[in-house]
Write a protein that binds this ligand. Structure first.
Ligand SMILES: NC(=O)c1ccc[n+]([C@@H]2O[C@H](COP(=O)([O-])OP(=O)(O)OC[C@H]3O[C@@H](n4cnc5c(N)ncnc54)[C@H](OP(=O)(O)O)[C@@H]3O)[C@@H](O)[C@H]2O)c1
Length: 328
């Protein structure tokens, strides 16, 4: 299995990380806390050592209180804290029901203290700025992260949803270890940042690596739209409509053929393709189902040659043009 480190920190992480968001946020009602914590703990037994959460990944428990993803992750991992790498994020919060970006130093510091309490730990391994705030310079964020690092509260920092210019500016102040960006066979526009990541020794963490599950081939234009839950964000995603499904059908068929050839599942191929690129990419697929956690993790056992990956890229250049959520 591939050995992967977080940037130049020497911190080893599993080649596939676990995206924990779906346990409380974005895919319907939160999973009951004990069940969710149990599954996250079992993910460690499968081989995951890299866990992704965020201050923002909240839902509502049946009693009306806030379901914090970090609380569930903290509960799951507290007994094995020193054997896992926990990544969380700051900079997006809800103010009076409005999504608000705020990366001022005091906000980041207070957010981290809150996250540490919820995670039941006194340090975070990888602390990301979740999304840039147009009122705060990224250099200022880097200085804040440096201070938190020097206090021993974080072991490394990263930026999510940034561009190369911001990444370079931030890295010049205090080295960035990871970027976290949307990346899948249907969302390849962030490949433009690969050369900078390689040059600076920054790990590329791929979020929504299966296009929110679409690339697994388990959903069609009707499966998800059957959901009426406002908490299920897929109801607003163009790939999960009948038109989106039809427009992306050629890609799904191709992925199905590749899966047959490799005796793997479509989910595994969509992850293995990025894991075998000649740059350190760590996908963080999310699932609330144990068998899928295992299936996704086992993508790391699939070997593809450089030629195979390049040939897939050439075919994707031709066909991967159906609608997908998050295009920018
Ligand atoms: N930085 C950011 O702004 C940002 C944004 C979004 C996400 N993220 C992170 O990235 C992680 C993953 O992203 P994501 O959840 O958006 O997308 P994803 O991993 O591409 O897809 C997750 C969806 O796919 C389904 N799924 C997973 N494995 C499957 C399999 N083997 N077969 C069939 N369906 C499968 C899951 O449903 P089930 O639970 O039913 O299996 C879930 O609905 C999140 O957990 C979060 O940590 C970060």
């Amino acid at each position: 299995m591939r050995k992967v480190f977080l940037g130049n920190t020497g911190i080893e992480i599993s080649p596939v990380g676990l995206g924990c968001m779906g346990f409380t946020h974005a895919y319907g009602d939160p999973i009951p806390e004990k069940e969710a914590a149990d599954k996250i703990r079992k993910a460690y037994d499968i081989g995951y050592t890299f866990f992704d959460t965020a201050q923002r990944y909240t839902g509502i428990w049946p009693d009306g209180t806030i379901a914090y993803n970090e609380t569930v992750v903290g509960e799951a991992l507290k007994e094995i804290r020193d054997q896992v790498v926990i990544a969380t994020k700051c900079g997006i919060s809800m103010v009076n029901g409005m999504r608000t970006l705020d990366s001022r130093p005091e906000t980041i510091k207070n957010s981290l203290d809150d996250s540490l309490l919820r995670l039941q730990t006194d340090y975070v391994d990888l602390y990301y700025l979740h999304s840039m705030d147009e009122h705060t310079d990224i250099e200022q964020v880097a200085y804040t992260m440096k201070e938190l690092y020097e206090q021993g509260k974080i072991r490394a920092w990263g930026i999510s949803q940034c561009d190369e210019k911001a990444l370079r500016k931030a890295h010049a102040v205090f080295p960035v270890s990871a970027v976290q960006l949307r990346y899948s066979m249907m969302a390849r526009w962030e490949e433009r940042i690969f050369p900078a990541c390689k040059e600076l020794g920054i790990t590329f963490v791929a979020f929504s690596p299966m296009a929110n599950g679409f690339l697994t081939g388990k959903y069609d234009g009707r499966t998800v739209n059957g959901s009426t839950s406002k908490a299920d964000f897929r109801t607003m995603m163009p790939q999960f409509t009948e038109e989106g499904y039809q427009a992306n059908k050629e890609l799904l068929n191709y992925l199905g053929e590749l899966a047959n050839e490799k005796q793997a599942t479509m989910a595994q191929i969509s992850l293995a393709w990025m894991e075998n690129k000649d740059i350190d990419i760590v996908p963080i697929p999310g699932s609330t189902k144990l068998e899928r956690l295992e299936e996704n993790f086992n993508s790391s056992r699939i070997i593809m040659t450089t030629e195979e990956v390049q040939s897939i890229d050439q075919i994707l250049d031709r066909i991967a043009n159906g609608p997908v959520f998050g295009k920018r």
